[in-house]
Design a protein around this ligand. Structure first.
Ligand code: GDP
Ligand code: MG
Length: 194
């Protein structure tokens, strides 16, 4: 049996970690997973319909025509020895029953926030705080949205001082990678402390 050279470098299997991506409807979860994923993101989207309109509040995101029904799923190799699996949580309240299932075995989470609709991520922040799941608050900086200092976002969401707040562009791979590194480091630091 021949062993190809790239396989002799590291015999250890990479560590695979699971992260959740949460945040309000239209905050950029699907975009974020798609920006970094090495595999074609698995997503299930349905056209917004009249019937869904009362629950899928599109004010502020009028250009949005689809909504993620189940979840986004992606994978990124952060380092040779570290692979992240990303699971986007469904943004709508009517899919809350899926969250506990998704949260099982998760290392940490990204909560994506749009400062024009900051209240939309309260539920996600609350969810992870209650379950003691480490998360990074990532502000997706949409052009046209006012920029706020990190401290203002922190205060508005009443975040614990230890929660990292990072500005990002969900469309940019490097920007999203920075967010993911923040979550992993925060989760490891929190786990080590606890
Ligand atoms: N300008 C801008 N648009 C974005 C950004 N992230 C997402 N979008 C757009 O905002 C809309 C909602 O994003 P989507 O990823 O579907 O949000 P989700 O509901 O959280 O999955 C889409 O039309 C995206 O193309 C961003 O960083 N900047
Ligand atoms: Mg989506």
């Amino acid at each position: 049996m021949s062993v190809r050279s790239e396989h002799t470098r590291s015999t250890a299997r990479p560590v695979a970690l699971k992260l959740l991506v949460a945040g309000g409807f239209g905050a950029g979860k699907t975009t974020l997973v798609g920006s970094v994923s090495e595999i074609k993101p698995l997503r299930t989207e349905e056209l917004l319909t009249e019937a869904g309109r009362p629950v899928d509040d599109t004010s502020g995101v009028e250009g949005k025509r689809t909504t993620t029904v189940a979840m986004d799923f992606g994978r990124i190799t952060l380092r040779d020895d570290l692979v992240l699996y990303l699971f986007g949580t469904p943004g709508q309240d009517r899919f809350w029953f899926l969250w506990d299932e998704l949260a099982r075995g998760t290392l940490g989470a990204v909560v994506l926030a749009d400062t024009r609709r900051l209240a939309d991520c309260f539920a996600a922040v609350d969810y992870f705080e209650r379950r003691g799941i480490a998360f990074t608050l990532a502000v997706n900086c949409f052009e046209g949205a006012d920029r706020y200092p990190e401290e203002d976002v922190r205060d508005a969401l009443d975040l614990d001082p230890g929660v990292p707040v990072v500005m990002c562009d969900a469309r940019e791979r490097e920007s999203v990678k920075d967010v993911l590194v923040s979550v992993v480091e925060h989760a490891i630091a929190t786990g080590a402390a606890g």
